[in-house]
Design a protein around this ligand. Structure first.
Ligand code: ATP
Length: 320
């Protein structure tokens, strides 16, 4: 099937072994592979799709562990670079009792930030049907220039561009810098996926209001999707807008739900790029993406809990 290339950070999340504690209170941490773009690539491969990942890790045990994991997951890893000097990025992440996520990053700088334009496997990008990325790769040079060059090459080759900003405020110098940086490539995308919270951050408005969401609309977009945890998602296009309800599951860890959702959606688009012109087909793809997002919350970690096609179809059938 057509290839989807995911670009950006791959790192290790350290997650407390018990839920609902702050980072300071937690006693032990579980090592969980992550980085949203890497998760998305794994989500696509798990669904039987053709995924490749481009990014940089340290030439250290964690970096090789992550690259091996992608390989084992069926993701093309030809685009992974290993930095001799810098370490693989680490993030400590916890879901506190109040439901807020707390992040603490070790990036000073980490290998992912050091990917250079000259290290890009442009052939991989040009062969793709979809090029997917986030905003963390925009935060500092030289990765920012590599990101921009990759987007440009994709666009010139007629590849569809998919953007999930994944706002991580602690990584930016200030909230204003985050907002400006995230918006600086806004109009390039064919599809954008944001969460309710991100709509609120970007617009300073009420994300439940359609006109607030539509203030993020750009006429180059084919689709704008807003996810809202267990609620499911809303979609906005030139021709239609609507809501697709989520699924009730026994949630234990929501990390990577958005990535499972995006992976599932992009896999549907790779198979049928005309999805956007047919509201029923679009809704069907979003039903599937919601099911994948929901299942991904039922186990700890972003990657181990990614569903295959049969699991997602079962949840959809059971809920009917
Ligand atoms: P993350 O940053 O954790 O990857 P996100 O904030 O980008 O996630 P969410 O809106 O939390 O994205 O989740 C994406 C999709 O996953 C939702 O639209 C929904 O379909 C599904 N989902 C997320 N959380 C739950 C949940 N607790 N129960 C059921 N489905 C969920």
């Amino acid at each position: 099937s057509p290839m989807i290339v995911s670009f950006g950070e791959m790192l290790i999340d350290f997650v407390p072994d018990v839920a609902g504690v702050s980072l300071a209170e937690s006693y032990a941490f579980i090592k969980a592979p992550g980085g949203a773009p890497a998760n998305v690539a794994c989500a696509i491969a798990k669904l039987g799709g053709n995924a490749a990942f481009i990014g940089k890790v340290g030439d250290d045990e964690f970096g090789h562990m992550l690259a091996n994991l992608l390989n084992k997951s069926g993701v093309n890893s030809d685009g992974i670079c290993f930095d001799k000097d810098a370490r693989t990025a680490l993030a400590f992440v916890t879901l506190k009792a109040d439901g807020q996520r707390e992040f603490m990053f070790y990036r000073s700088p980490s290998a992912d930030m050091l990917l250079k334009e000259s290290e890009l496997k442009l052939d991989l990008i040009k062969q793709a049907k979809i090029f997917h990325y986030g905003s963390i790769s925009l935060i500092s040079e030289p990765c920012k220039s590599a990101h921009m060059a990759a987007m440009k090459a994709a666009k010139q080759a007629g590849v569809l561009l998919s953007y999930d900003p994944n706002v991580r405020l602690p990584l930016w110098p200030s909230p204003e810098a985050a907002r400006d940086g995230i918006k600086s490539i806004w109009d390039q995308a064919d599809f954008v996926k944001v969460s309710d919270d991100e709509v609120e951050f970007l617009t300073k408005g009420d994300p439940k209001k359609d006109d607030v969401v539509m203030s993020l609309w750009n006429d180059n977009f084919k689709l704008l999707i807003v996810t809202d945890g267990p609620e499911g998602c809303r979609y906005f296009s030139k021709k239609f807008k609507g809501k697709v309800n989520g699924y009730k599951v026994k949630t234990v860890d929501t990390t990577g739900a958005g990535d499972a959702f995006v992976g599932a959606f992009l896999q549907a688009v790779a198979k049928d790029p005309n999805l956007f012109n047919d509201e029923n087909k679009l809704k069907e793809a979003l039903v599937f993406a919601n099911a994948c997002g929901a299942i991904s919350t039922t186990q700890k970690g972003a990657i181990p809990s990614l569903p295959d096609k049969a699991q997602a179809e079962n949840l959809i059938k059971e809920a009917k």
